[in-house]
Ligand binder design. Structure first.
Ligand code: NAD
Ligand code: ZD2
Length: 481
């Protein structure tokens, strides 16, 4: 195989200086990652590890990549969304050669899955030793590849992409089929056997892993990074509280104050989104299926309604459920003229884009990249952000560095733990683990000095009285924060 197959593919390599300047600023805002570089860099704890990553190729992810590199790892990276790459971030990484990168903003689905394949494919080596995944696409490709190779070995049958309705899954099957046709009949099987672990970033990806684990289909050891307190109670909440209004404003410049905004789903992400819209002066309505989250929303002063009750009065709709089929084409047909519709959940199946595209008599006008107006036959239009994909990364630059430093410090600790325990029996294949609370508290601790926070120290008597150690952990495992 010629070497070029393994080289980076990015769009604007000339943007590397801008990327580096922003990375330099990001490092100051990312004390968690820098603390990890300081502590583990000299020990080169990831020396020899080949790491593949499928996670939005932003400036903040660049800082994660360069942290893993500073610890000794060799890396290959792709984005986990067709719109989320910041091309200058990709350019800076490629220029410095801290990782190979396969990503650009505005990939087609075909290009996206080709990039994912290349990120997983290592020269003269079966695949990554450890994987950083966000949403589970890379993990999915490996597992589907293994299934298809088993089937091929038994029956000689190739997968048939046209048998699947889902456009993404068609691409997954195409990649696997092309490999088999090219004589690679053990690529994914060998890759899965070599893989020492996966650390998963987000709620939806963890959900996928838990489903696979329950069915006995999960082939590897996994760490659930999302459920670190310093991830889901910070990134999902405060990250979205920052990047949701950023996305809406960069995309539309609309006045948010006074508008009726519907947040669909009041979990961690929904809580951040609703708080942000309230702070902008919007009148916020929440939809929920879970009575506990619905009651929380009421106690925060939000109306809790069904979508049907507000569909024709609201101005802005944001899905944050991690579920599918939340806003359908018939809902959008009933909305006010120029209602804004966007999603901040991981996948693009919350808003029925296929139904909208197929609506009889609908027409689409691109206002600018990642902002489209769909006009119904009666003349009213809806403004769709990022084609129903996560709007904070599609229309803006995602969460800021400081909060991503919390998420990515957990990612780095998870990668270190998976690598250091590659030959121990600490983790079992097919199971999903969380990091210990000590590490969660450590990640938080790393971020306090930058905010001039003064932590109170317990006396031994006080620690004994509440039954904790002076140095922590300060809460029992079930504490909800
Ligand atoms: P969560 O489980 O805490 O919250 C989801 C909420 O949606 C739950 O409270 C659930 O009851 C509710 N829900 C489910 N189906 C619903 C329906 N049909 N109608 C109304 N409510 C419904 O999950 P989360 O951590 O808030 O994550 C939500 C999504 O956002 C996931 O896909 C996650 O991966 C993604 N995420 C995105 C970003 C980002 O930057 N865009 C960041 C973090 C997480
Ligand atoms: O749960 C998740 O998916 C988030 O942790 C990741 C999405 N995300 C980002 C950024 N902002 C949001 N990923 C990388 N860089 C960002 N700036």
């Amino acid at each position: 195989m010629e070497e070029s197959k393994f080289e980076s593919e990015i769009k604007f390599p000339e943007q590397h200086e801008f990327g580096r300047k922003e990375l330099d600023i990001a490092e100051i805002e990312m004390p968690g990652l820098m603390g990890i570089r300081e502590e583990f860099g000299p020990k080169q704890v990831l020396k020899g590890a080949k790491i593949s990553g499928s996670l939005h190729m932003t400036i903040q992810t660049g800082a994660l990549i360069e942290t893993l590199h500073a610890l000794g790892a060799e890396l290959r990276w792709a984005s986990c969304n067709i719109y989320s790459t910041q091309d200058h971030a990709a350019a800076a990484i490629v220029k410095k050669q801290t990782s190979k990168v396969f990503a650009w903003k505005g990939e087609t689905l075909e290009e996206y899955w080709n990039c994912t394949n290349k990120m997983l494919t290592w020269p003269d080596y079966p695949g990554p030793d450890i994987l950083v995944d966000d949403g589970g696409d890379a993990t999915l490709l490996i597992h589907e590849g293994v299934k298809a190779e088993h089937h091929f070995a038994k029956t000689g049958e190739l997968p048939d992409p046209s048998k699947f309705d889902n456009l993404e899954f068609q691409q997954v099957m195409r990649i696997i089929k092309e490999g088999l046709q090219g004589g690679l009949t053990q690529k994914w099987t060998k890759m899965a056997a070599n893989l020492k672990g996966v650390s998963e970033e987000t709620t939806t990806g963890v959900h996928r892993l838990n489903q696979m684990s329950a069915k006995g289909e999960l082939l590897v050891k996994c760490i659930n990074v999302n459920d670190c307190v310093t991830k889901s109670k910070f990134d999902n909440v405060y990250g979205c509280r920052h990047s949701l209004p950023d996305g809406i404003m960069r995309a539309t410049d609309v006045m948010i104050a006074g508008k009726q905004v519907v947040i669909l789903g009041y979990g961690d992400v929904g809580k951040g989104c609703a708080a942000a819209m309230k702070a902008c002066g919007a009148r916020v309505v929440v939809t929920e299926c879970d009575p506990i989250c619905a009651l929380q929303a009421c106690m925060e002063g939000f109306d809790v309604k069904r979508l049907e009750s507000v569909v024709s009065t609201a101005d802005i709709f944001v899905t944050s459920t991690g579920n599918k089929g939340i806003i359908m084409a018939h809902h959008m047909a009933q909305m006010k003229n120029n209602a804004i519709v966007g999603n901040i959940g991981h996948f693009d199946n919350e808003i029925d884009m296929a139904g909208l595209e197929a609506y009889p008599g609908i027409s689409r006008t691109e206002i600018k990249a990642q902002v489209d107006r769909y006009v119904f036959p009666d003349g009213h239009g809806v403004i769709i952000l990022a084609q129903g994909r996560l709007l904070n990364l599609g229309c803006a630059t995602g969460h800021p560095s400081f909060v991503m430093s919390c998420s990515f410090a957990n990612q780095a600790l998870a990668q270190i733990d998976l690598w250091e325990n590659r030959d121990t029996n600490k983790y079992e294949n097919g199971k999903v683990y969380k990091l210990p609370k000590e590490l969660d508290e450590k990640v938080a601790r790393l971020h306090l000095p930058a905010l001039n926070a003064e932590l109170t120290e317990l006396s031994q008597e006080q620690a004994d009285y509440i039954d904790v150690k002076v140095e922590g952990p300060f809460k029992h495992e079930e504490y909800r924060y």
